[in-house]
Design a binder for this molecule. Sequence first.
Ligand code: MG
Length: 315
Amino acid sequence: MGIPTYAPHPVPGLPARVRIYEVGPRDGLQNEAAVVPAEVKVEFIERLVAAGLRTVETTSFVHPRWVPQLADAAEVLARLAPAPGVRFPVLVPNERGLDRALEAGVQEIAVFGSVTETFARKNLNRTVDESLDMFAPVVARAREEGLQVRAYLSMCFGDPWEGSVPVERVVDVAARIMSLGATELSLGDTIGVATPGHVTALITSLTEAGIAADDLAVHFHDTYGQALANTLAALGSGVSTVDAAAGGLGGCPYAKSATGNLSTEDLVWQLHGLGIETGVDLSALVSTSVWMAEQLGRPSPSRVVQALAKELTEV
Ligand code: MG
């Protein structure tokens, strides 16, 4: 028995196609308690590609002292089979990380900044200004080398220490990081507190400030159950790149580090229901997340994986 399908019901004004930026292997596994062997990571990434995902953030060249889960970055990249038309971006914190990424032959990197001072201090041990100074040579050299550069901005909708984050502050930091030469900006709701009106207001302000909606991506966490509502608001504001983690990885309900990445399956269910193309085979994706959950020794927190896993195993 296959998974059930239902006729789509399109809504005017939404994009015809959404590019899903899959973050499970990096953002997901980085925030899981278990350390997964390199061969499992490689199989995971290859299964995501086989399921139709065309951008899969693969790993991180952050020092293994900070992210031991991804200490095998170079090995994973070396073992990945080339996949025409698929992008495998990697996270790069600084110039040393860029050196390692270039050695590994990557075509796209991501840098990660914060719009709030407290999180910049805690995550990067720098002020916001200092972190932008650190990114400047990384972005410049990456672009000289012909790489695409995504910039993540954390805490765009609220900060656990500072509370509300003004839209103007996000626009200011976003404009500065784009002026360094970043080619894409991912707006992170790091603690999952955004609601749809806030999403619309921020995207409107960013586009009014001259940042094209085509250069924006949204990165929602489902901590408060708002990720899909926020996604729909972003699509209605012209954004057509959405970050998600297969199986909701990184949102382990049993770990204190739970951050609740939007699950790719939940996203795909909504998009396909809206008649929006993703290129993703939902059945293959759910099977991959069921398999990955077995590797991690705990069930997927994704509602769609939970709903469909049973359909896939019943014959
Ligand atoms: Mg995340």
